[in-house]
Design a protein around this ligand. Structure first.
Ligand code: ZN
Length: 469
C-alpha cells in the first residue's frame, strides 16, 4: 500500500486531521470508526492507563489464578467492565510499516494520531517531527505526568513527550524529558541521566527523587516538576520489589494527588500510567511474573477508580498498546487447577533464574545451575526430559521456531507449562486487537471498534484538547 493510499484511508472529519493530511502526513485509520463528540460536559482531567503487552488472555490468566486461589472479590478490571456508564471495545494496533507494532509506534499513534514506523517516537516515516501529546496538552493549559514501571525513558512514556527517530536512544530521551519539564515523571532508568543532566535539572528547579520515602517527603503544595528515578533500569518485577522502590499503585496515587493541585495558568491534567512489565514477563513466557504484574496493574486500576469515583470531571481510559505472546491457561482438569495454585508459591522471575546462568561456560554445569535456580524460584523440580531439552538448546542443536533470540527463556516457558498451566504462542508481540475501556465524562461515545490513531482523536474530543492550541 502506498503512502498516498494510506492517506486516502484516513478518517475524514476528525479534529485536526484535515490540515495534517494536506501536509502529506501518514494516516492509516479506519474510516468506519467515526468519532462522535460527547453530548455531556467535557472531562477536565484525563487518566490514560496503558497495560503494555496486555491481551484479554493476560487478564484471563489473572482471573483464573484469582478464582483458583480463592479470591473473594472480583478484579478491579471485571468490576470496571460491569459498571453502568463504562464502555468497552477492541482496538487495532498495526503500525505504519508492520502488522505487528512495537511500543514506540503504538505510543506515538496514541500521542499524535498518526501511524509511525516501529522504533520511532513521534518522528514520521519521512523524518517529519510531530508534537507529542504532553506538549499539546500543555498548550491546552493542562498539567502533565507519566508514571511507569519501566525506565521513564522507555517507549510508552517517551512517546508522550519525546520526538526522536530511535527509541533506543534513551540518553537523548532523558535530555528531552528534562527539557519537557513534566509536572510528574516517575519510573526507572537512572542510568540514562548523567550527573551533568541531573545537575542541570535541579538548577532549573526540577526535584529529583530516588526512593519511595523521598517521594513521600516532597511537598505536595509545591509546583516544582518532579522526576523520580527508582532503579538504574526498569523497576523490579512486583514479586522482587527492592526496598525503596514504590509500587505502581503508590506512584499513581501520588501523581493523581500532585497533579490535581491547582496551579496558576492551568486547568486540569493529563496523566499516563503504564504497567510496563506485563509485556516483559510475556516476552519471557514467565507465567509467575505475569500474574503478579497483572495483579499490580489491577491494584492500580482500583486505586485510580477510587480516586476518579470521588469526582465527576475525570475521563479514565484503560487500554493496552499491543498483545504480547498471547498467554492463556491451557491445562485441563485438576492438573490445571493444581498448576494455577502452585503459581502462588513462585518467588522469583525467569529473569532472576537466568541471571547468573549464562556466566557458567560448561554446558552440563550451566543446566544444573539453571535447574537449581528454577527449584529455588518456583519449587519445581525439572525432570530428565526437561534437562535434556535444555542441554540441547545450550548445545545449539535446538532453536525455538518463532523466536530464536529468546530460545532459552521461551524453552523454559514451554517446559514450565505443565507446572504453571499457562502457555504462550511465541516470545514476541502479536497483532491481536486489544481491549479498551472508558469511564467518566464522554465515555458513552467510545466506539466498539477503534484504531489506535483514532483513539488519539476521540480522547481529544472528550477532554476538549485541541491541536490548534
Ligand atoms: Zn508495548
Amino acid at each position: 500500500m502506498s503512502r498516498r493510499s494510506l492517506l486516502g484511508a484516513s478518517a475524514a472529519g476528525l479534529v485536526g486531521l484535515a490540515s495534517l493530511r494536506a501536509l502529506g502526513q501518514p494516516v492509516a485509520s479506519n474510516p468506519q470508526a467515526a468519532v462522535t463528540p460527547a453530548a455531556t460536559a467535557r472531562a477536565k482531567n484525563l487518566i490514560w492507563l496503558i497495560a503494555d503487552g496486555m491481551s484479554v488472555g493476560s487478564m484471563s490468566v489473572m482471573e483464573d489464578y484469582l478464582r483458583v486461589n480463592s479470591a473473594t472479590a472480583p478484579s478491579a478490571w471485571r468490576d470496571l467492565l460491569n459498571r453502568r456508564g463504562t464502555r468497552h471495545g477492541i482496538m487495532g494496533t498495526h503500525s505504519f510499516d508492520s502488522p505487528v507494532t512495537d511500543s514506540a509506534a503504538a505510543s506515538s499513534a496514541f500521542s499524535t494520531g498518526m501511524k509511525h514506523r516501529n522504533g520511532s517516537l513521534c518522528v514520521g516515516p519521512d523524518g517529519e517531527e510531530f508534537r507529542p501529546f504532553f506538549q499539546m496538552a500543555r498548550a491546552n493549559k493542562r498539567r502533565v505526568g507519566a508514571v511507569t514501571t519501566t525506565t521513564i525513558t522507555h517507549a510508552t512514556p517517551a512517546g508522550f513527550y519525546a520526538t526522536i527517530p530511535a527509541r533506543r536512544q534513551e540518553r537523548d530521551i532523558a535530555r528531552q524529558l528534562v527539557d519537557a519539564r513534566l509536572d510528574v515523571a516517575l519510573g526507572g532508568g537512572s542510568q540514562f541521566f548523567s550527573p551533568e543532566l541531573l545537575a542541570l535539572a535541579e538548577r532549573e528547579g526540577i526535584r529529583v527523587v530516588r526512593t519511595a520515602t523521598e517521594l513521600q517527603r516532597v511537598d505536595r503544595q509545591s509546583s516544582a516538576p518532579v522526576i523520580g528515578l527508582f532503579n538504574e533500569s526498569h523497576l523490579s518485577y512486583a514479586m522482587e520489589r527492592r526496598p525503596g522502590e514504590p509500587s505502581l499503585p503508590a506512584m499513581a496515587v501520588w501523581a493523581m494527588e500532585r497533579l490535581s493541585q491547582p496551579r496558576d495558568g492551568t486547568d486540569g491534567f493529563v496523566l499516563q500510567i503504564e504497567a510496563g512489565r506485563i509485556d516483559h514477563s510475556e516476552h519471557n513466557n514467565d507465567a509467575g511474573a505475569l500474574v503478579q504484574e497483572c495483579l499490580e496493574f489491577d491494584a492500580t486500576l482500583a486505586a485510580v477508580m477510587r480516586w476518579a469515583d470521588a469526582r465527576n470531571d475525570t475521563l479514565v481510559v484503560v487500554c493496552s498498546d499491543h498483545a504480547t505472546a498471547n498467554p492463556g491457561t491451557v491445562v485441563y482438569g485438576s492438573k490445571g487447577h493444581e498448576a494455577l495454585r502452585s503459581l502462588k508459591k513462585f518467588m522469583h522471575s525467569f529473569e532472576w533464574v537466568l541471571e547468573p546462568v549464562g556466566r557458567e561456560a560448561d554446558i552440563a554445569k550451566r543446566v544444573a545451575l539453571l535447574a537449581s535456580r528454577v527449584k529455588e524460584a518456583t519449587g519445581v523440580e525439572l525432570d530428565t526430559d526437561a534437562i535434556a531439552r535444555l542441554r540441547d538448546a545450550y548445545g545449539g542443536s535446538w532453536v525455538h521456531p518463532s523466536s530464536a533470540r529468546r530460545n532459552i527463556v521461551t524453552l523454559l516457558g514451554d517446559i514450565m507449562v505443565e507446572h504453571t498451566g499457562v502457555g504462550f504462542n511465541s516470545g514476541d508481540h502479536t497483532s491481536e486487537t486489544v481491549p479498551i475501556i472508558a469511564s467518566g465524562p464522554g465515555a458513552e461515545s467510545l466506539p466498539g471498534a477503534i484504531d489506535n490513531t483514532d483513539l488519539h482523536n476521540w480522547v481529544k474530543v472528550q477532554t476538549g484538547l485541541t491541536s490548534n492550541a
